[in-house]
Write a protein that binds this ligand. Structure first.
Ligand code: NDP
Ligand code: MG
Ligand code: MG
Length: 341
């Protein structure tokens, strides 16, 4: 049975008289820094002298120092620069400034789990990982809602690691919605598997192959785009609100019968085996090793695939159609805004 922590389970005094260095002011960094600040926590944002994020953090009313200086002053160091640069930032700015009893706080377990960062024994190593992009972590906090999150403790030197992590989770608004306890290993491996097999990789391929199948059979690219890409959001919204049941209830009986009989012909046992193989490469570190080497080589494969994806015909068709139908979206937004007021 899964432990879930809410605001009432948290003693925020564990962050009293504590300075938190938030390294990075991107997606997660800006949200954590602003939410903690407004929760009454002493925050210093750590950014390079020439960082393009400096102006934004300063305009938002936060104290900004170099990563080195922020770490020197902090008791809790929240590592919110991109995963691929964290080992360098750790070596240059964090490690030289780690004092006994400090906390190293992460929002994803990659570098700890795959041993790219090896902290000394005399610090706590924790994770509070919001299960959402940063701009929603910020927006949910401002609207008094919360963002669900994960808690994990890798190292508990002080004996208070969990209490401090939960106080951090409350400070960014996660315990309003609920924080689930996990481990660095489970968070890292499920997160990476999910984005590869289902959320990012799986869905993008499903859409492209569906689109190509229709276009290759002579149907119009516009029809193929609507059917395989545009309607995806409507279907996923239904699942998000009420599970698969809400989706099946809301589509036609023809769609339900066809989907239930043909879905597993498409996503068949071979796809299941492929997913197991992808999971194995996550578990045995093969993917991590490949991605680290790819970065050290200045991303040759990434650069090529990133460009190929941009050049796919579906992107050009989509851009044209989204521009033509933009009026529809803004009308919908206005309607739902009216409903709220
Ligand atoms: P971003 O890519 O948004 O971080 C960008 C920030 O990092 C900028 O402020 C940038 O400043 C700074 N930065 C980049 N390189 C360096 C460097 N070498 N030294 C110092 N600062 C640098 O990161 P995310 O918010 O996406 O990710 C942060 C962490 O949160 C990761 O561990 C990620 O896995 C995790 N996470 C992310 C989620 C998301 O939705 N994005 C969701 C859940 C977890 P500069 O202008 O100097 O480049
Ligand atoms: Mg991820
Ligand atoms: Mg249909």
């Amino acid at each position: 049975n899964t432990e879930i922590y809410y605001d009432d389970d948290v003693d925020e005094s564990y962050l009293a008289n504590t300075t938190v260095a938030v390294l990075g002011y991107g997606s997660q960094g800006h949200a954590h820094a602003l939410n903690l600040h407004e929760s009454g926590v002493d925050v210093i944002v750590g950014l390079r002298e020439d960082s393009s994020s400096r102006a934004a953090a300063q305009e938002d009313g936060l104290t900004v120092e170099t990563p080195e200086e922020a770490c020197a002053q902090a008791d809790v160091i929240s590592v919110l620069v991109p995963d691929t640069v964290q080992p360098t930032v750790y070596e240059n700015a964090i490690e030289p400034n780690l004092e006994e009893g400090n906390t190293l706080q992460f929002a994803h377990g990659f570098n700890i789990h795959y041993n790219q960062i090896q902290p000394p024994e005399h610090v706590d190593v924790t994770m509070i990982a919001p299960k959402s992009p940063g701009h929603l972590v910020r927006r949910n906090y401002e609207s008094d809602e919360g963002t669900p999150g994960l808690l994990a403790i890798y190292q508990d030197y002080t004996g208070d690691a969990k209490e401090r992590a939960l106080a951090y989770g409350k400070g960014i608004g996660c315990t309003r919605a609920g924080v689930v306890e996990t481990t660095f290993r489970e968070e890292t491996e499920t997160d990476i598997f999910g984005e590869q097999a289902v959320l990012c990789g799986g869905i993008a391929e499903l859409i492209k192959v569906g689109y190509e199948t229709l276009v290759d059979a002579g149907y119009s690219p516009e029809m193929a785009y609507f059917e395989c890409m545009n309607e995806m959001k409507l279907i996923v919204d239904l699942m998000y609100e009420g599970g698969l049941g809400a989706m099946w209830d809301s589509v036609s009986d023809t769609a339900e019968y066809g989907g239930l009989t043909r879905g597993d012909d498409v996503i068949d046992d071979h796809v299941r085996e492929n997913m197991e193989e992808v999971l194995e490469q996550v578990q045995n570190g093969e993917f991590a090793t490949e991605w680290i080497a790819e970065n050290q080589a200045n991303r040759p494969v990434y650069t090529q695939l990133n460009q190929a994806e941009k050049d796919h015909e579906i992107e050009e068709v989509g851009e044209r159609l989204r521009a033509l139908f933009a009026w529809e979206e803004s009308e919908q937004e206005t309607e739902s805004d009216d409903e709220r007021t």
